[in-house]
Design a protein around this ligand. Structure first.
Ligand code: NAD
Length: 427
């Protein structure tokens, strides 16, 4: 029942403000870096926020109003980059947090981008394909004052797909009178998408997971994994980790979870979800709730759904040795402190899920050059970026004897601060 899903997600998100959490994470890094107060003030606020109300003609002939946002947090290192989310719980504060996290993520991967994010308050499962197309095109048109290949380049996020990216590309191209593929990434291959983009977030997560396991002495063939959120990021990470020898013992989506201590066949679970709309009811599995999944006795936990799932109220119950944040913002700062005290390693979102934006960068480069790469070339380049981002972050954390998230922020914030300092404050 949709209401149960909303209540479950809302239960934790309602008590947590992702934007305040994002600012607190930034403040901790700024403090440790001894960042100048003026620069701190610049970097802890979004540069631009656009809020739009727009009408969509529904199938029943009526017009319905929707609200959406596009927030650009920082453009110091290049054009803004970040996905568009469709979800009933989207809020301006959530989009601000996601935009700031994009700034740090692009800096850690050393991509020439700033950070942005967009969102529309909508449960897309309640709209027809035609309604979704009209909503997507109208939203693209509303935010067209901000987006463009040199300005701000959206991509898919929760509940948005390559098809929707094609509609955004087409809408912007119609207004220009010629094709503008580089305005958006995560497109289908037929309109300038990149080989490897669809799997890039999950692949990057697997690459970083392998590096972290090596550091922690976790042997994949003896390790178990639970994944919360079986969408683009979670299902692909699960499949690729299974390919490396890990046993995937539990997965979930917004309708519930499934477990099997002997291991789930990820490809078969994906096929079941495609057939039925959910992982629930997969033959040979036992049910498990989304909250119980987080507390299962596994070696590796991959939150791959929404923000604020690991909080002060359940961090004491987490049994995994390693948490790989495929989702953005799944762990709150209070929970981080508890996990650090308990010796649980968290590879933060800004590193663990940077594979998506990295291949989005490759897609943008290919579109601008009109020269496309083979998938093995994309994957090899992705691996180089992810391994470097992981090691830079890990070494920084060890150098300062701090959790990996703070190590990642030290790398990111100092890179963005350097760019801001050298550009100067206009005028
Ligand atoms: P998606 O829409 O493909 O999948 C989301 C999945 O999470 C769905 O299976 C949904 O049913 C499930 N879900 C929603 N609420 C849940 C809950 N409370 N508990 C368990 N499952 C729940 O979205 P996605 O693109 O895979 O994004 C997932 C996360 O990864 C988000 O935090 C997103 O910001 C992050 N991310 C995605 C990308 C990307 O390239 N797609 C890149 C970086 C980060």
């Amino acid at each position: 029942m949709a209401v149960v899903e909303t209540t479950f997600i809302g239960a934790s998100v309602a008590t947590e403000n992702a934007w305040h959490n994002a600012q607190q994470q930034f403040d901790d890094a700024a403090e440790l870096l001894g960042l100048e107060p003026d620069l701190r003030d610049v970097l802890r606020e979004p540069k631009r926020e656009l809020s739009v109300h727009f009408p969509v003609k529904m199938d029943n002939g009526h017009v319905q109003m929707f609200q959406g946002y596009r927030v650009q947090h920082n453009l110091g290192r290049g054009p803004a980059k970040g996905g568009i989310r469709y979800h009933q719980d989207v809020s301006l504060d959530e989009v601000r947090a996601l935009a700031m996290w994009m700034t740090w993520k692009c800096a850690i991967a050393d991509l020439p981008f700033g950070g942005a994010k967009g969102g529309v308050i909508v449960d897309p499962h309640k709209l027809s394909a035609g309604e979704l197309e009209r909503l997507t095109r109208r939203f693209a048109s509303e935010i067209s004052v901000l987006i463009g290949p040199e300005k701000d380049i959206p991509a898919p996020d929760v509940n948005t797909t390559p098809q929707m990216m094609a509609w955004i590309m087409d809408t912007i191209s119609m207004a220009k009178g010629y094709s503008v593929p580089a305005v958006v990434t995560g497109k289908p291959l037929s309109v300038g998408g990149s080989a490897g983009r669809n799997a890039a977030t999950g692949r990057g997560c697997m690459i970083v997971g392998m590096e972290a396991c090596r550091k922690l002495g976790i042997e994949p063939s003896r390790a178990t994994v639970a994944v919360q959120g079986f969408g683009n990021a979670g299902s692909i990470a699960a499949g690729l980790m299974q390919g490396k020898g890990f046993t995937i013992v539990a997965v979930s989506d917004s309708r519930g979870g499934i477990q099997n201590r002997a291991g789930l066949d990820v490809a078969a679970v994906i096929a079941h979800k495609q057939r039925t709309g959910s992982v629930v009811g997969f033959p040979g599995s036992e049910p498990v709730s989304n909250m119980a999944l987080l507390e299962l006795p596994v070696d590796v936990l991959i939150p791959a759904a929404l923000e604020s799932q690991i909080t002060a109220s359940n961090a004491g119950e987490i049994k995994a040795k390693l948490i790989l944040e495929a989702a953005n913002g799944p762990t709150t700062p209070d929970a981080d402190a508890i996990l650090a005290k308990r010796g649980i390693t968290v590879i933060p979102d800004v590193v663990a899920n940077a594979g998506g934006v990295t291949v989005s960068y490759f897609e943008w480069v290919q579109d601008i050059q009109s020269f496309f790469w083979e998938e093995d070339e994309v994957n090899a380049k992705l691996e180089r970026v992810m391994v470097k981002a992981f090691n830079t972050t890990w070494d920084m954390a060890k150098k300062h004897n701090v959790p990996v998230r703070l190590g990642a922020y030290l790398v990111a914030v100092s890179r963005v601060a350097d760019a801001t300092r050298v550009r100067g404050i206009y005028p």
